[in-house]
Design a protein around this ligand. Structure first.
Ligand code: KIV
Length: 261
């Protein structure tokens, strides 16, 4: 497998012990903002089903949609590496996974991510030279609840074994979603590859969050791991749009300076 040179700084950062910063982005301008903010890696996540499409699940996101959003994000980035999610049913068998991944790579991804450890998928992609990021713990594509995973010893051991298997197969990194801090730390110590946590505590190699969650662009219940302290950009947008609407209604907009003569 040949890693894109764009992934080199991400891995160098990990080797140097720097906490890695990953954010999702789904279009050109979000990608630009994420890169300008200094993130190490950009994820075109199938969370776009939630935050862009307004669905309550990622399960109906299609491969065509992932390709479209990956192409937009790639257009907006300069050099930040892009990982694109393989949506549910686009990797039902190794052949499908390979064809799907080729489309995402052609759209501008530097690597792909899939959930769990379906047999033969990582091996098929890595064997074809496609870099792979794993995703363990809570797996939103198939989850029927959003409870923390790996709280009991058996499930914790299973997730740790899956992480070792993905690393052993050659995955360059793994996302750990909604697991106890201790488990995140244990997996990180033994994995030999960067672990990127979301609701996995402070012991992972890095953190990933959804763009809309950091900025509070969507309404609704926030998961425990979503930070509360930053500017509510959704409220700022709403206020700005409301001001403009009031200016239109009050005859203030357009002013003479905003008109052609
Ligand atoms: O789809 C996504 O955004 C993800 C992150 C939550 C890791 O997979």
């Amino acid at each position: 497998m040949v890693l894109s040179p764009r992934l080199t700084p991400f891995l160098e950062g990990w080797r140097a012990g720097r906490p890695l910063v990953v954010l999702t982005a789904y279009d050109a301008w979000q990608a630009r903002l994420v890169e300008l903010a200094g993130a190490d890696l950009l994820l075109v996540g199938d969370s776009l089903g939630n935050v862009e499409q307004g669905r309550d699940s990622t399960a109906n996101v299609t491969l065509d949609q992932m390709v479209y959003h990956t192409r937009m994000a790639a257009r907006g980035r300069k050099s930040i590496p892009i990982v694109a999610d393989l949506p549910l049913h686009s990797y039902d068998d190794p052949e499908a996974a390979l064809e799907s991944s080729k489309l995402l790579m052609a759209a501008g991804a530097d690597a792909v991510k899939f959930e769990g450890t379906p047999p033969g998928i990582a091996e098929a992609l890595l064997g074809a030279g496609i870099p792979v990021m794993g995703h363990l713990g809570l797996l939103p594509q198939t989850a029927t609840d959003f409870k923390v995973r790996g709280k009991d010893a058996a499930e914790a051991a299973q997730i740790a074994a899956q992480a070792r298997a993905l690393a052993g197969a050659g995955c360059f990194s793994v996302v750990l979603e909604c697991i106890p801090t201790d488990l995140g730390q244990t997996i990180t110590q033994g994995a030999g590859i960067p672990t990127i946590g979301i609701g996995a505590g402070s012991g992972t190699s890095g953190q990933v969050l959804v763009f809309h969650d950091v900025l509070t662009l969507v309404e609704g219940r926030k998961a425990k791991f979503v930070p509360r302290g930053y500017t509510n950009v959704g409220a700022v947008i709403q206020e700005t749009l409301h001001s403009w609407a009031e200016h239109v209604r009050g005859g203030v907009y357009p002013s003479d300076a905003e008109s052609y003569h």
